[in-house]
Ligand binder design. Structure first.
Ligand SMILES: [Ca+2]
Length: 305
């Protein structure tokens, strides 16, 4: 039976690829998408999620906009790595908007309705929505079967500051709240996503899939304002389909949420070496078979319209 899945995101080019992968995977039942301020404003990320889902023919998947900035900051920390429009200048038609329901309420209701352990959460933007849902109703995230998060840099350099990854830096307190929630948590940070590159010839070949989504995926990836585009957000969704492609280490983790040089830094220590009173135990992913990951994505994109 397909796995019920809710994706919280901030599209974002790699978010768009993650959504397309989820739409193209018969193993997954995407019940909804929530969005948050991150790469761009929350209004723009909600619009972009609608556009991407419609592209994939998934008009049935509702999009709910959520938080407009981090818990501790008056404005969102956005970026333009994905272009001013968040989709690398690729113009996709928009036939609808987000629902009137707030993402935090949707996450709460999705986890409260039905039995605990049924729904999987994938969070690939700043963690503000998940954290506020947990603050509103403590213990909520433990009702998820699993919470898969793209964020952090455990044993490698950051991509925003020397030690912080973008999603954790954008709302470090939210990251700490989610990591400390006691949920069954899988962390896909830069340690693993930096291995998930996209060579130009592979990107070019997406244009030959014979559908409309393939060439759009190619153009989205070409829109990255980085020399070496990476499949960051695709990794947790791919794990749900093919976990054997990934390797992880059990670690205890904490996020530095105080303002300063190391804000958003993920402090991780392997469980065998860590004191039991340090942080929370999570799976920290450290390796991926990148050729097989790209092939999985290519095959699932080929199933789309
Ligand atoms: Ca993202």
């Amino acid at each position: 039976m397909a796995q019920d899945l809710l994706i919280d995101c901030d599209p974002g080019i790699d978010d768009a690829l993650a959504l397309l992968l989820a739409c193209g995977a018969p193993e997954l039942n995407l019940i909804g998408v929530t969005t948050v301020a991150g790469n761009r404003s929350v209004e723009m990320t909600a619009d972009n999620a609608c556009r991407v889902l419609d592209l994939a023919g998934r008009h049935d998947v509702p999009v709910h906009a959520g938080c407009s900035h981090a818990i501790t900051m008056p404005q969102a920390r956005t970026n333009t790595v994905h272009g001013e429009d968040g989709l690398g200048g690729v113009e996709l038609p928009r036939g609808r908007g987000a629902t009137g329901q707030h993402a935090v309420d949707v996450i709460e209701q999705a986890l409260l309705n039905g039995p605990a352990g049924r729904l999987t959460l994938v969070a690939i933007g700043p963690l503000t929505n998940l954290a506020l849902a947990e603050i509103k109703r403590p213990g909520l995230l433990k009702r998820a079967q699993r919470v898969l998060v793209m964020g952090g840099a455990a044993f490698c350099d950051g991509n925003i500051t020397p030690s912080a990854e973008f999603n954790f830096h954008a709302d470090a307190l939210a990251a700490q709240v989610v990591l400390g929630s006691g949920a069954d948590l899988l962390l896909f940070g830069l340690d693993v996503t930096r291995q998930a590159g996209m060579p130009a010839d592979w990107v070019d070949a997406l244009g030959d899939l014979g559908n409309r989504c393939g060439p759009v995926a190619r153009d989205l990836i070409r829109g990255f304002r980085r020399d070496k585009p990476l499949l960051h957000d695709t990794c947790p969704v791919a794990w749900l389909i093919a976990p054997q492609l990934f390797g992880a280490e059990r670690c205890r983790v904490e996020v530095d949420w105080r303002p300063g040089l190391t804000e958003g830094h993920l402090a991780a220590k392997r469980v065998a070496l860590a004191r039991a009173d340090f942080g929370s135990p999570v799976e920290v992913f450290t390796s991926v078979q990148s050729d097989a990951l790209r092939e999985l994505l290519r095959q699932r994109l080929a199933r789309l319209p």
